[in-house]
Design a protein around this ligand. Structure first.
Ligand code: G3P
Length: 212
């Protein structure tokens, strides 16, 4: 399983550069960074040598495809995030035919994930936390998609997105998701356990006593 950071915060990206192999952004995360879109995406590309998702915002397929051509010209690692709409699926096909990598985003059902894979998406992003938020089962969707993809030779990788806690990450790994894109707050939680802290402290105290 690969870990991506779901953030446009370049200090957090630098902090976790040792463990992540890609980064996902979206217009909300770019807005939160308070920075120019192109400037921040280019900086992210200079920190992490792996897929960096940048989102297209046009609503029609031709507009999305034009944006995809522009975004993918910024850096070889840019993956164009395309929203899961009928126009988005048309744009995904155009991008696949043109050799532009895509991440079909805002996936909330198995049929949507199937369409994206058939259209040649490089990645799909099921948003599991947002499904949980409305009382549905986000992890069940991730399991369903990985199960369907295993039946075929789709090259599409599943990025489990809208991750809210470490349990989500572990369950996505059990489900065989290729990637989890994790916000910095959850990434920090993955490292920690109170018994580790207690054990480290005890060993350090004993080591000091052993040297006396
Ligand atoms: O990558 C998608 C992710 O940014 C959405 O997360 O927390 O806004 O549901 P969230």
């Amino acid at each position: 399983m690969k870990l991506f950071l779901d953030s446009a915060d370049t200090s957090a990206i630098k902090q976790y550069a040792h463990i992540i192999s890609g980064v996902t952004t979206n217009p909300t995360l770019i807005m939160k960074s308070g920075r120019d879109f192109r400037e921040v995406v280019n900086e992210i590309c200079s920190i992490v040598d792996g897929p960096i998702s940048a989102e297209a915002t046009a609503e029609d397929a031709d507009g999305m495809f034009k944006e995809a051509q522009e975004l993918s010209s910024w850096h070889k690692n840019i993956t164009v995030k395309i929203p899961m709409t009928e126009e988005g699926i048309k744009a995904t096909r155009l991008c696949a035919d043109a050799g532009i990598k895509t991440n079909v985003t805002l996936i909330f059902s198995a049929p949507q994930a199937l369409l994206a894979a058939v259209a040649g998406a490089s990645f799909v992003s099921p948003f599991l936390g947002r499904l949980d938020d409305i009382g549905e089962d986000g992890l069940a969707l991730v399991r369903e998609i990985t199960g369907i993809y295993k039946n075929y030779s789709f090259g599409t990788e599943v990025i489990a997105a809208s991750i809210r806690n470490p349990v989500h990450v572990v369950e996505c790994a059990k489900a065989g998701a290729h990637i989890a894109t994790i916000p910095p707050k959850v990434m920090a939680q993955l490292y920690n356990h109170p018994l580790t802290d207690k054990g480290v402290k005890a060993f350090l105290t004993d080591w000091e006593n052993a040297k006396k």
